[in-house]
Design a protein around this ligand. Structure first.
Ligand SMILES: Nc1ncnc2c1ncn2[C@@H]1O[C@H](COP(=O)(O)OP(=O)(O)O)[C@@H](O)[C@H]1O
Ligand SMILES: O=C(O)[C@@H](O)C(=O)COP(=O)(O)O
Length: 423
């Protein structure tokens, strides 16, 4: 069967989130790390190319995304999907707007939607406003994000600041009335010159209705939620036969470790829970890294004798006030880069020490770690919590089982319970 859906994800955790969603919705999906050098050999329905383009300068994000698009076009994909964060992580400089518009232009299309809704994880959109659980995005922990603080919940306004096209809204009154009404609204928005429309969605039924209305849209831009409603279109056209189920992965055996560079609220709670349950944890202080302390060696010396006992945690995760203090001293970008580099080196060292099963918390952090491990692709396995599947690696020196956890996903006991899902 030909490839159907070609996806470009702006970070690595987001890519596994999307790939897991597509598998759950019945598409055989593989995740590639960066734009592959060779044509795909796997027999799959969808490919997700994971980029690390969320927080790089907009021009670099555009370039990398266009390169990914060309690869997916050459592979014969029929529809394209730009995946960003369910909390719409971006700044006024981008990268959601510039990348979406560059992809539109390359595909010769004058209209797309933008919908980060992921109701199962508490991300809903109403009247263009994004909610995280019970609060507006701007009142959620995302207002303190180290790299992309989100202080405005009105997505029409947020995207308009990043886009040249006019940004409009398909609101819930339209979405709730079904696919035909959504199609009519899209046609009306196009007529009046709107290029991108934020779409309201508060539950999975909304996502299914929206999905049906996107069957002939060349480019969809969204979080992972919208992916739930797309496979039905391919199935209706007789293009998708297999119903994929994420089977138990043949996970390699070996020592276990958790690397956490996310400072999101959920990760802070997960780190605290792991430490409170008496399990071993090593903290990385960015200020000491900046002073040249040999924390990478220290962390590996600390971990080596513990690895036979159970999972170890190495973390830079910190509360918002501590992150702010560090950023005031080092600058946000330098602090982020120092931490990412150190955690990536520690992950490499841990694999040399025999770690074969690893949880990584944080999108940027996952990008840094997975790149350092020379992984070329990921097979998707069982879901640990919504948006976080176990995966096994393709490429790299050693086969590994990896779970890339988005900052704000997962229950408080995630770092303890995840292992129980592996054979
Ligand atoms: N203590 C800290 N102080 C400053 N920055 C930090 C600290 N710990 C981690 N970081 C940086 O914060 C960023 C967190 O982003 P990311 O890994 O994407 O997490 P999330 O998924 O929660 O957004 C990374 O660049 C990381 O290196
Ligand atoms: O859509 C989402 O929320 C995730 O898939 C995602 O992209 C999260 O990014 P990080 O919080 O940076 O891991």
């Amino acid at each position: 069967m030909p490839l159907l859906l070609g996806c470009i994800a702006d970070d690595f955790t987001g890519a596994t989130d999307l790939a897991g969603m597509l598998v759950k919705a019945g598409m055989r999906t593989i995740q590639m790390i960066g734009v592959p050098r060779a044509p795909l050999e796997e027999d799959v329905d969808a490919v997700v190319i994971a980029l690390k383009s969320r927080t790089v300068p907009a021009s670099e994000a555009v370039e990398a995304s266009l390169q990914a698009l060309r690869y997916l076009q050459d592979a014969g994909c029929r529809q394209f999907y730009f995946k960003y964060c369910s909390t719409f992580d971006s700044t006024d400089a981008g990268n959601i707007g510039p990348v979406a518009e560059a992809l539109m232009e390359a595909l010769g299309t004058d209209f797309t939607i933008a919908c980060p809704a992921f109701p199962e994880n508490g991300r809903t959109i109403f009247k263009g406003h994004l909610f995280v659980g019970d609060v507006l995005l701007s009142d959620s922990g995302m207002r303190h994000h180290p790299l992309t603080p989100m202080t405005d919940a009105n997505l029409v306004r947020v995207l308009q600041r990043q886009a040249r096209n006019r940004v409009g809204l398909i609101d819930h009154a339209v979405v709730s009335r079904g696919t035909e009404v959504i199609r009519e609204r899209i046609a009306a928005l196009k007529r009046e010159g709107t290029g991108i429309a934020i779409v309201d969605a508060i539950d999975n039924e909304d996502l299914m209705r929206i999905g049906r209305a996107l069957d002939d849209m060349p480019l969809v831009t969204a979080g992972s939620g919208i992916a739930l409603g797309l496979p039905q279109n391919f199935r209706d056209k007789g293009l998708l036969q297999a119903t994929a189920h994420a089977g138990a992965l043949d996970a390699p055996r070996g020592a276990r470790a958790i690397i956490s560079g996310s400072c999101s609220s959920a990760t802070n709670a997960q780190v605290a829970h792991f430490i409170a349950s008496g399990q071993p944890a090593f903290a990385i202080d960015p200020l000491r890294l900046a002073e040249g302390d040999r924390l990478v060696d220290d962390a590996l010396d600390w971990a080596a004798p513990l690895l036979d006992e159970g999972p170890v945690l190495v973390y830079a995760t910190a509360a918002p006030e501590d992150v702010k203090a560090v950023q005031q001293r080092l600058g946000a970008a330098r602090a982020g880069a120092l931490v990412e580099e150190a955690l990536a080196a520690i992950a490499r060292g841990l694999v040399k020490l025999g770690v074969r099963r690893m949880l990584i918390a944080g999108g940027e952090t996952s990008g840094a770690v997975v790149s350092a491990l020379d992984v070329t692709g990921l097979r998707i396995g069982v879901q640990i919590d919504p948006g976080v599947p176990w995966t096994t690696t393709l490429g790299g020196e050693q086969p590994l089982a990896l779970a890339l956890k988005s900052g704000n996903f997962g229950s408080e006991d995630f770092f303890s319970k995840a292992w129980r899902l592996l054979p």
